[in-house]
Design a binder for this molecule. Structure first.
Ligand code: 5GP
Ligand code: ZN
Length: 112
């Protein structure tokens, strides 16, 4: 097992958890890019959103059901951004699918 987000999901690597249910975990990014920067992951390993199929897409539903709850609990009443990076050109550094929640300030409009 060499996936750091699987180890975080198992509790083998500590993290600051902000939300958890049977299939989804959210924790604070170790290197925050905004006042609120949370990572939302499936507890089971999926390499990236490019691996989503009819067979495993339920986890995306569960993640996106969790995101508004997390945003509300973080006080993101004026909006926020959700990003998932995919592969080399997408600048994905951790190969376990994750959705960044960024907020707590007016974010820049640029996408790249
Ligand atoms: P990516 O570039 O793959 O979309 O984002 C990976 C994110 O994971 C980065 O924002 C990075 O700061 C965060 N990260 C990497 N290692 C750890 C860790 O061990 N703990 C936490 N909480 N965040 C991490
Ligand atoms: Zn993993």
């Amino acid at each position: 097992m060499d996936c750091i987000f699987c180890m975080i999901a198992e509790g083998a690597i500590p993290s600051t958890r902000v939300y958890e249910d049977e299939s989804v975990l959210a924790f604070r990014d170790i290197n925050p890019q905004a006042p609120v920067h949370i990572l939302v992951i499936p507890k089971t390993h999926v390499a990236s959103a490019d691996e989503i199929t009819e067979e495993n897409s339920d986890i995306v539903k569960r993640i996106f059901e969790a995101i508004p709850k997390i945003a509300a609990s973080e006080g993101l009443t004026n909006g926020y951004r959700v990003i998932t990076n995919i592969g080399e050109d997408g600048a994905q550094s951790v190969k376990h699918m994750h959705f960044h929640i960024l907020g707590g300030k007016k974010l820049l409009e640029r996408m790249a």
